[in-house]
Design a protein around this ligand. Structure first.
Ligand SMILES: Nc1ncnc2c1ncn2[C@@H]1O[C@H](COP(=O)(O)OP(=O)(O)O)[C@@H](O)[C@H]1O
Ligand SMILES: [Mg+2]
Length: 268
């Protein structure tokens, strides 16, 4: 696809994407959305509860077809399945409690045709990368919430994704763990060179991690604000003490406040 960024093709392109859920009554969940995400960009989405964020992720990874419009990844239109090169970390902790950490991570490659040695190498690499070496033979119940989320991310990493989609992955974690997991995610983004799309309800997380943040309206979710943070690629959670951080977070909140009140049935 020809993109709007100095002739660079965009990595992911959504054109006129609408998604309704058949009724009755029909639920107008999403769109219309036009969006281009740059290759290697860290893009976050914030929006009020129920505005269609998870629907957007389902459409973006190809699992759900848009009611109208199209989604292209690396120039190819998505058709009902997650394409090679896309990794997804879903909203809930989806680690499997009956498998060890190593087996959970290997699960990501269960349908792959790679030689067994290559699979094993990728699993060990992802375990090391996510700091799980000491826990490789543990079961999820023996781990903290943060560690379980690392397992879910490692399971995606073995696929060597060029686009990583995450749906509120740190939602259930305490504030300190969230900040540290944010640092992990930034490291992963830098070292893999992947494009990252993060859905989060935490405005500070979006402001800290992203190159760009899209703010969504109440359902049906459309983008009502787009904020470039201007952060350098080398960054971590200490950026919260940067003078621009407060300004960015305040801008996100002022865009979102009215929409959040609408979803509570209140007038701004
Ligand atoms: N399978 C479904 N069938 C009908 N309605 C749905 C379905 N999935 C989600 N919705 C509705 O679509 C809207 C958007 O949902 P969702 O994308 O999960 O929002 P968010 O992730 O922003 O909280 C909500 O009103 C939700 O109730
Ligand atoms: Mg959701």
């Amino acid at each position: 696809m020809s993109g709007a960024y100095g002739g660079e093709p965009s990595h992911v392109t959504l054109s006129g994407v609408v998604r309704n859920y058949e009724g009755p009554p029909v639920v107008y969940a999403l769109g219309p959305i036009d969006l281009e995400i740059r290759r290697g960009e860290f893009f976050s989405v914030v929006g009020p509860s129920g505005c269609g964020k998870s629907t957007l992720l389902d459409v973006l990874c190809g699992l759900v077809r848009p009611t109208s419009g199209s989604v292209h990844f690396e120039g190819k239109e998505l058709h009902g399945q997650v394409p090679e090169g896309v990794g997804v970390v879903f909203q809930e902790d989806s680690s499997m409690r009956w498998l060890t950490v190593r087996q959970n991570v290997a699960f990501g490659l269960r349908t792959s045709n790679l030689p067994e040695t290559e699979k094993a190498e990728r699993v060990e690499h992802a375990i090391r990368f996510m700091g799980l070496v000491q826990f490789a033979d543990h079961y999820p119940a023996q781990l903290s919430g943060g560690m379980r989320q690392r397992v879910c991310i490692a399971r995606t990493l073995v696929l060597r994704p060029r686009l990583i989609l995450l749906d509120e992955p740190f939602g259930a974690l305490d504030q300190q763990t969230r900040l540290l997991m944010g640092d992990e995610l930034l490291r992963l983004w830098r070292e893999t060179g992947a494009t990252v799309l993060l859905i989060t309800h935490a405005l500070d997380e979006a402001a800290m991690l992203s190159d760009r943040v899209g703010v969504m309206s109440a359902r049906p979710g459309c983008f009502i604000d787009m904020v470039e943070t201007g952060w350098p690629r080398e960054r971590d959670s200490r950026i919260v003490s940067h003078p621009s951080f407060g300004t960015l977070t305040a801008r996100l909140w002022s865009s979102l406040r009215e929409e959040s009140l609408k979803t509570m049935g209140r007038v701004a």
